[in-house]
Ligand binder design. Structure first.
Ligand code: EZ4
Ligand code: CO
Length: 411
């Protein structure tokens, strides 16, 4: 009998942070693929979608037919799109590419057309309470070899993630408190005026103290309206950012025209998009310079390579989302794509918690500012289910930001 999918195992684990992994097992003994279906703060919704709705349709299918399985899971089931379903589909898609690579005896980058570069330029995150502390943290990152750094600074009145007290985004998942209740989610008051004053000061300080060599980025995290974003992009122009990330909310694609008209600061967008259709207007109107979807939230490698191909003739580069909540299989998929496509820009990364390699070994190797894809067949990432079981899921929440008047704001 020809090769079939015999089992789909959904593994939810927390070796330092929550991950949802997908293991697709085939009728060939020892042949399986591993994918990542982690959706920060909504992990169990994806796990349930996979277990209850996706898995039953996959059993018995030919794992070679990735595009057909993708189309059937996306369109064939009528209800399509959104973060939960597209993350579930991504986990399946990655595992199927992994299987295909293992059967071919080729690393994923080879299946995607072969290497266009040896390794992928990487950037990491730093934060701090004031520009001087951010500068210290940028220097530490440069000491680790990073040539590109994303810098965030505390916003007066706000604390926690992207209000940034202390380092980076340690607060990007809030654990449930030991007595079972949710941890407090409000992080002081975030006000646009305070933010718009402090960010240009940060980059003026960083450029003055660090010079022009280091490439710098900043993530607005969808917090501004069009005219505020235009002002920020314009005021940051003298400091030559590599890009300004996610200036507007994902619903307002036409508003990018306002930001674009105002300045030459390169723009990046996409971690809250779930398909190529959402990327299209920004790409075809050349309203952005970097498309930075999350490969785990757009249905996986199959969709990512199409988005990269759509972006290429419009001179839009990729910067796939790669923060802490992205698991090793997505990270591996990112770097394989980066090393195969012609229009790669830069790759976001953070270092994994210590216990992650025990559960999910084989993430891309970081060396002196660059990420190297695995040379193993497929994605190069494995999954140890026994190790995963030692780290049970912990309910976590993303932060919620409120304005001074108590109203909810994007974080
Ligand atoms: O806040 O992935 O660029 N990276 C980011 C991330 C997001 C988290 C949300 O789950 O904006 O850190
Ligand atoms: Co971001």
């Amino acid at each position: 009998m020809s090769l079939r999918i015999s089992d789909v195992r959904v593994v939810v684990t927390c070796p330092g942070r929550n991950y949802v992994f997908v293991k697709i097992v085939t009728t060939e003994p020892g042949l399986y693929g591993v994918g990542d279906a982690t959706l920060n703060g909504r992990e169990l919704a994806v796990a349930t979608a996979l277990e209850e709705h996706v898995k039953p349709l996959l059993i018995g299918k030919d794992p070679d037919r990735i595009e057909d399985i993708w189309q059937e899971t996306f369109r064939g089931t009528y209800w399509r799109g959104g973060p939960v379903l597209m993350t579930a589909l991504a986990g399946v898609d990655m595992a199927l590419w992994d299987i295909k690579g293992k059967r071919a005896g080729m690393p994923l980058y080879s299946l995607l057309g072969g290497r266009t570069r040896q390794s992928a330029l990487a950037y990491t995150h730093v934060g701090g309470t004031d520009p001087e502390q951010v500068e210290d943290h940028v220097r530490e990152a440069m000491g680790k070899g990073f040539r590109v750094v994303r810098a965030q600074v505390a916003v007066p009145g706000a604390t926690g993630t992207y209000g940034v007290g202390g380092r980076s985004e340690a607060a990007s998942a809030r654990w449930e408190s030991p007595d079972g209740g949710a941890m407090p989610l409000v992080e002081g008051n975030w006000e646009p005026d305070a933010y718009l004053r402090v960010v240009p000061r940060l980059f003026e300080h960083l450029r003055t103290s660090l010079g022009d060599e280091i490439a710098l980025l900043h993530d607005v995290h969808e917090r501004l309206n069009p005219i505020q974003a235009a002002r920020l992009a314009k005021e940051l122009e003298p400091f030559h950012l590599m890009f300004l990330e996610d200036p507007l909310r994902p619903e307002h694609k036409e508003s990018f025209r306002v930001v674009r008209r105002a300045s030459t600061t390169p723009l990046a967008m996409g971690e809250l998009f779930h398909s190529k259709y959402e990327c299209l207007p920004l790409i075809t109107e050349q309203l952005i310079d970097y498309i930075r979807c999350d490969v785990a939230h757009i249905g996986g490698i199959t969709e990512a390579r199409k988005i990269a191909a759509l972006a290429e003739p419009f001179q839009v580069l990729t910067a796939w989302h790669g923060p802490g909540d992205v698991g090793p299989p997505t990270h591996a998929a990112n770097v394989h794509l980066d090393c195969a496509i012609p229009n790669f820009g830069v790759q976001e990364m953070v270092f994994f918690p210590e216990a992650v390699p025990e559960v999910c070994p084989g993430a891309p190797e970081y060396r002196d500012g660059y990420l190297w894809p695995s040379e193993k067949p497929g994605l190069g990432v494995d999954l140890d289910e026994e190790a995963a079981a030692k780290y049970p899921y912990r309910r976590g929440y993303l932060p919620v930001v409120r304005r001074a008047d108590g109203s909810v704001h994007d974080w």
